[in-house]
Design a protein around this ligand. Structure first.
Ligand code: GLN
Length: 476
């Protein structure tokens, strides 16, 4: 049993060769067998089984929801009422959510089954899952390598068949990059497409819930159900909810831009080679493919790290040892209790980013860093959006390297560079998807990233489906 899409599951459920409790037991067994990956922080076996019985009855009666049969894992930054929520941090030790995130509630209402809480980098800060207070997640394809981050547990759980799909969050690549490293699909929708109510904030003007799955159709269906205005998040979009799940589209003679990065150092030669081959393949399929010079790409990374650390320092000020989670017993007065709780509760990377963010927001440096980065963000947004006046889609690698080994990106700067290609869509707020299309000569996965204009996920998904089916490399 190794399902790649909900429609395959539904097929077997409908013809009676599978029952939903059997499917849940299958995933629970896989979770146990893959415990060494450290992808799950909690497993909700009892409630998953209980729900599977109820939904099985609904299936037999013909009144089950659109997601009946979908077993889902959830990154540990999304609230589920009465379940632990820690953002993989000690600062939230013993915290339980008081409500369920809107996006998750919409999935549950359509009969999705939640099987567990997934490990991630602390407060979603990282690119390797090495920053979790619960230890790293291993890449199921090669246990010596990282699964990517910050949604590393989500990617590893899906890739190792411990659930059919998972929710992650993507602030600067945290869904796309781990998807690329674990050879699955990762979708980051347009900023504001999905309510952030119930998402533990990292950088609020970038954060968005994303989907990790094995099929484009599942990503499309989950997106369709989660999308739509939510009165609990006034920044959520009013744009109409599209029928993403239909995946229809005209794929004749598209105009595709390949973002030029050949001048950049540190990019794996196999990845460059793969991008060239996909470009010629697309031309052979009758599309117009042009290389785009985009020297502005180099500004995306510093802009991202200035603005996200600023927002993080503000967002994380709420964790003070009083309102939630860990409180130090070593303080001798109120101020030292705050200080000690925060320095004991937060890990190194989170502390570094709070300090950086506090610095760029400080009175003397505010204009030099924060204000300037906001201007550059607008400039990059305009530049990136204008690409879609000319092109239907823009393609670039998801990551500069294949999954690296633990400890290999030892300095913060090396680690930040892993986000080189993912932060652009985040700074611009546009949708982007990573597709598992290539392999390096060593057999490591290569993710291809496709970006499209804001609120055009319907086109992006149908083109992704086409790429997954049509490109020779994906058939190999
Ligand atoms: N790796 C990036 C960072 O550390 C992205 C993280 C994310 O998207 N949550 O900020």
């Amino acid at each position: 049993m190794h399902y790649r899409s909900l429609s395959q599951v539904r097929n077997d459920l409908d013809n009676g060769s599978l029952t939903l409790p059997e499917l849940v037991r299958h995933y629970l067994r896989n979770i146990e067998e893959n415990a060494h990956l450290n992808a799950f922080l909690s497993v909700y076996g009892d409630s998953a089984l209980e729900h599977s019985e109820k939904i099985q009855t609904k299936l037999l009666k013909g009144n089950a929801g659109r997601l009946a049969g979908l077993v889902l894992g959830i990154k540990d930054v999304l609230c589920i009422k009465d379940r632990p929520l820690q953002a993989s941090s000690r600062i939230l030790d013993s915290f339980h959510s008081q409500f369920t995130a809107t996006a998750i509630q919409r999935l549950i209402d359509e009969d999705a089954i939640i099987i567990g809480r997934l490990n991630c980098d602390e407060f979603a800060m990282g690119s390797s899952n090495e920053n979790s207070a619960f230890g790293p997640v291993l890449n199921p394809l090669d246990n010596n390598r990282v699964p990517g981050g910050s949604s590393g547990g989500s990617a590893a759980a899906v890739a190792s068949d411990c659930c059919l799909a998972a929710l992650g969050t993507d602030t600067g690549g945290s869904v796309r990059q781990p998807a690329a490293f674990c050879d699955i699909i990762g979708l980051k929708p347009t900023y504001s497409r999905i309510s952030r109510y119930g998402l533990a904030s990292y950088a609020s003007s970038f954060d968005i819930i994303g989907i990790l799955s094995k099929s484009v159709e599942d990503a499309a269906l989950l997106l369709e159900i989660m999308t739509g205005y939510d009165e609990m998040d006034s920044t959520s979009s009013n744009e109409p909810v599209l029928r993403y799940a239909e995946l229809a589209g005209n794929h004749e003679k598209l105009k595709i831009g390949m973002l030029n990065y050949s001048g950049d150092e540190g990019i794996d030669p196999d990845i460059l080679q793969y991008m060239r081959s996909i470009s010629s393949e697309l031309k052979e399929l009758g599309h117009v493919v042009e290389e785009i010079d985009f020297p502005e790409l180099e500004y995306a990374l510093p802009t991202y790290y200035i603005l996200t650390t600023a927002e993080a320092s503000t967002n994380l000020s709420r964790y003070d040892g009083v309102r939630y989670g860990h409180r130090s017993t070593n303080g001798h007065d109120l101020e030292s209790m705050y200080k000690k709780s925060r320095s004991e509760g937060f890990g190194e990377e989170v502390r570094r980013r709070i300090l950086l963010g506090t610095f760029v927001l400080s009175a003397n440096y505010y204009d030099a860093y924060y204000t300037k980065a906001q201007k550059v963000r607008r400039f990059l947004q305009d530049k990136t959006r204008s690409l879609f006046d000319k092109y239907d889609f823009v393609i670039l690698p998801t990551t500069p390297t294949p999954p690296f080994k633990f400890g290999e990106n030892a300095t913060p700067l090396q680690m930040f560079l892993a986000d080189l290609f993912t932060v652009l869509a985040s700074v611009a707020g546009i949708p982007a998807i990573s597709l598992p299309l290539g392999k390096t000569s060593e057999g490591l996965p290569v993710g291809v990233q496709v970006m499209s204009d804001a609120f055009t996920e319907d086109k992006l998904l149908s083109f992704s489906n086409y790429l997954m089916q049509e490109t020779l490399t994906s058939k190999a």
